[in-house]
Design a protein around this ligand. Sequence first.
Ligand code: AKB
Length: 320
Amino acid sequence: MKNILVIGSTGQIGSELTMKLRREIPGATVVAGYIPGAEPKGELLESGPAEIADVRNAAALADIVTRYQIDTIYNLAALLSAVAEKKPLLAWDIQINGLLDILEIAREKGCAVFTPSSIGSFGPETPHDGTPQDTIQRPRSMYGCTKVATELLSDYYFHKYGVDTRSVRFPGLISHVTLPGGGTTDYAVEVFYAAVKGEEFICPIAAGTYMDMMYMPDALKAAVDIMQADPDRLVHRNSFNIASMSFAPETLFDKIREYIPDLRVRYEVDPVRQAIADSWPDRMDDSCARAEWDWAPAFDLDTMARDMIAHLSLRFAHTR
Ligand code: AKB
């Protein structure tokens, strides 16, 4: 990884991944790709090059890859699960037609490609507890359909053309930097903002609904480590289960109350998000990632919650 293009650099993952790559990969040029209306700002804009990189404009993407001699593409353009249910055709266009163009560019220009998959690639028939690496993937959401197709297409380009595609199945990601936009797991981020601001939190997911979650520093480490892993050790490629914590909403709220006892929560379950959440794993088995590229998370529920509260309390100190 030397010349890297991050498509979706201003999104929840991209905004932090771009900065991590710029800080940690010696001598790398990391291009922050964005779409009009989601321009990079501040440190993200000032610390390196930025280019309009819309996955629906293949010619412009190919031009960026040529001009910067890109060798690695992080393709983070996606509509999250709840939004994708509202705009299924747009989700398919971005996530699959866009991916095909990127894979074609990668094939022609010799780039490695990371396109994340998700717990959303699983469905109701998937074993929910200890979800194996290789198992039934029959999602019923458009987001899930695009994630399964992403995994298959990425593996296809590896086996047929030797394109170096690799990926992980992200759990719900929790971060204090950039808010997620329209996912099923967003509640696990939003409740921290309500808690530090002293506001009541309306929870769209029912008590008792377990899902895998992960703190952003671990997710970023996974995205970097998988692309640097020894290819000879990789039995799998697209895509690895990775896990660090699994909880139901009430477990998270109880944890936050250890630090912010007056957190107030009311449940108003959103049927669309709930149906998606019910179909996703409760807890994935990530033993293949541990064995094939030494995946190991650093944060658990307690260390994540403490870090989130510390950062957000500083930012919103004036609001309570
Ligand atoms: C979503 O909820 O849609 C995402 C995901 C788990 O992929 N956060």
